[in-house]
Write a protein that binds this ligand. Structure first.
Ligand SMILES: O=C(O)CCC(=O)C(=O)O
Ligand SMILES: [Fe+2]
Length: 335
């Protein structure tokens, strides 16, 4: 009969625990690296404390991306989402004439630029600006305000993914110059087309890309580079809870993914450029938003430059769904 001393039993137990731990580590190591998530405490609802700001700044320098959870209240997001889903269906019905990005399942869609849908906690979020100005310098310029709708496939169509690309599809600085503030209007998951992100790829340059600026499919990353990068640090489709913001370096490799659910997935995209970067674009908003922005400015809470073409409410409502697809915008500098 095999009799083991309690010491032997402890050693066997310790060994099998170590084996399980090694397996767990291996499983973890084979999972793609996930983005840094900053979780502000209740007293940091309008500004991060120093430690959390440091975490965000480090993640953007090292990975080109950070997620900050619990920043925007769900009720304001839900109200905007309801309106934008209706608009997304209008744009989807335009088919090949619509503002789609790479394939018809992903639409470039501006939010309605009128006062009742303009909530500063979404569009001028103080934590978003705190992070972008910590990286880009004071008073970054906000010149792009749009969204991407990952559409459920139409009957008979297969949902498609976008090619991996950089939105900086032109010769650009090798240091941070533009950050995209993404606000998902629903929780993003792999099933509904959470954006695929390639952490740490934000220091590349135009020679890595195929397609020229202005083409529908510009900014595509070359296949051999994708292979090498997959071996080094594979991409991931993170779960991003509703209420979060994502701050992403414009240069980072990423791809819009198929939405396999029956719910539209909208993600706002606002670009902040460094104040020294000569991007000449201007926002176009209804003039009923002017008092909201002036009020923030009077309170010293407007921490971005906002070059805006003010339009009458009627004109703003008539034109906001007639803008171009993503790569038709020019994020380059003026000469
Ligand atoms: O919708 C997304 O998740 C990303 C879309 C995108 O990257 C683009 O259209 O350039
Ligand atoms: Fe993109």
């Amino acid at each position: 009969m095999l009799v083991r001393s309690s010491f032997q039993i402890q050693r066997i137990a310790a060994r099998s625990f170590a084996t399980a731990a090694n397996t767990a580590t291996r499983i973890q190591l084979s999972q793609p690296r996930q983005p840094t998530v900053v979780k502000p405490t209740r007293d940091q609802l309008s500004l991060l404390d120093e430690r959390n700001l440091e975490r965000a700044v480090r993640a953007i320098h090292e990975d080109g991306l950070v997620v900050v959870e619990n920043v925007i209240s769900h009720d304001v997001i839900d109200r905007l989402n309801e309106k934008m889903i209706q608009d997304a269906l209008v744009l989807q019905a335009r088919g090949k004439d619509g503002p789609f990005n790479y394939n018809q399942g992903n639409l470039q869609q501006d939010p309605p630029p009128v006062a009742e849908h303009f909530h500063p906690s979404i569009f001028l979020n103080p934590i978003a600006t705190q992070i972008t100005s910590a990286i880009l310098g004071p008073k970054p310029k906000w010149t792009f305000c749009s969204a991407n709708a990952a559409m459920p496939p139409l009957p008979g169509a297969e949902p498609q993914r976008q090619p991996v690309h950089s939105d900086a599809d032109f010769a650009h600085p090798s240091h941070p110059f533009a950050l995209v503030v993404n606000v998902p209007l629903v929780t993003m998951r792999p099933e509904n087309g959470s954006t695929e992100v390639w952490l740490g790829t934000h220091t590349g340059n135009i020679t890595q890309q195929e397609g020229s600026h202005g083409d529908r499919a510009s900014g595509r990353i070359k296949e051999e580079l994708l292979k090498k990068q997959t071996e080094r640090d594979p991409p991931t489709q993170p779960i991003i809870p509703k209420g979060s913001i994502i701050v992403r370096d414009l240069r980072l490799w990423h791809a819009g993914m198929p939405n396999k659910t029956d719910q539209v997935r909208i993600m706002l995209a606002m670009i902040h450029f460094a104040s020294w970067y000569r991007n000449p674009m201007r926002l176009e908003f209804s003039d009923d938003i002017k008092p909201i922005i002036e009020n923030l400015d009077c309170q010293g809470k407007l921490e971005v430059q906002v070059p805006i073409e003010w339009a009458t409410r009627k004109r703003a409502l008539q034109s906001y769904l007639d803008r171009g697809f993503g790569n038709s915008y020019d994020f380059n500098q003026a000469l």
